[in-house]
Write a protein that binds this ligand. Structure first.
Ligand code: C5P
Length: 291
């Protein structure tokens, strides 16, 4: 096998519910992850001895600080294989956006390398590697919706979300990012958001699996909105616009700055885009994901 390519998706959090600060500095979480079919692309191919990473995005470093590089380094350390490969990351998703693009890249790198080398590792052996790389990486080792517990890395896979079949999501990233450590740190000023009521993620999951829209929409929740929307109130205006335009629900994803909105059909979602650009200007990343 000379070269292997795989798409690397992103996610939104329908629920991101912090349950308190842990002694290790992380926040205990329950989060409801949903995989979104918008993609980067990763290609691995045989090369000269060593590991060479290239990327289409000029602002993304390709050295050891890149999550793809870190994932690959871990893979070679653990398998004992000698690297002689090139990896290329075709970056199409925005950076520092709260949609887990980098985390997905790391997970897909692990899956891709394992396949490229003929599965030297059991699928379950990838879990602890992913958890070391970041709290969102484990979600992308599996397919389909899931609840994340612990730091977000303990994954409980869920059945398909029937309520979302045939629906569509609009995502908007305004061009500035939000630092995840900063957002979590600010929770110290919002004790109610830092110590959420447990059970929200399971309740919303149940609604999406076999419940109704009003219950699902009312349950969407992101505790990090409190600090992030205070600093960037424009994010609230995006949500209001989507809701006034017929969205069933609108919320910030992860630590932001991406806003997502759920619409009844791809047609309805596409229809909203020109008016959105008219209101807020042409810049930023505005996409429709059919679900
Ligand atoms: O694990 P990850 O690298 O994605 O986390 C980035 C930062 O977000 C952590 O260093 C921490 O400050 C914060 N975080 C947290 N609680 C979590 C996940 C992340 O406080 N459950």
């Amino acid at each position: 096998m000379n070269s292997l390519t795989q798409r690397s998706p992103c996610k939104v959090n329908f629920v991101l519910n912090p349950l308190g600060l842990r002694p290790d500095g992380y926040h205990e979480l329950e989060t409801l992850f949903y995989s979104v079919p918008l993609f980067d692309e990763l290609t691995v191919e045989a090369g000269d001895p060593g590991l060479v990473l290239t990327c289409s995005h000029p602002e993304l470093p390709v050295d050891g600080s890149n999550l793809v590089h870190k994932a690959a380094t871990q893979f070679f350390q653990i398998t004992g294989l000698t690297p002689a490969i090139r990896i290329h990351l075709e970056k199409k998703l925005p950076l520092a956006a709260g949609i887990g693009g980098g985390s997905a890249n790391a997970a897909v790198t692990l899956r891709l390398l394992n396949q490229f080398f003929g599965f030297p590792l059991e699928a379950s052996a990838l879990d602890p590697i992913a958890a070391r790389l970041g709290s969102d990486v484990n979600f992308f080792l599996q397919d389909g919706p899931a609840i994340g517990l612990g730091r977000g890395e303990r994954i409980e896979s869920l059945p398909p979300f029937r309520l979302l079949e045939g629906k569509a999501m609009v995502l908007f990233h305004p061009g500035f990012g939000v630092s995840t450590p900063w957002a979590f740190k600010q929770l110290s000023e919002f004790p109610l958001a830092r110590n959420g009521r447990p059970g929200r993620a399971a309740e919303v999951a149940r609604s999406f699996i076999d419940g109704d829209w009003p219950t699902a929409a009312a349950g969407l929740y992101n505790g990090l909105e409190q600090p992030v929307l205070r600093k960037f109130p424009i994010l609230r205006l995006y949500q209001e616009f989507f809701l006034e335009s017929g969205a069933r629900a609108a919320l910030m994803s992860g630590s932001g700055s991406t806003t997502f909105a759920l619409f009844d059909s791809p047609e309805q979602a596409w229809h909203v885009l020109p008016a959105f650009k008219e209101r807020f200007g042409p810049s930023g990343w505005l996409e429709v994901a059919p679900l």
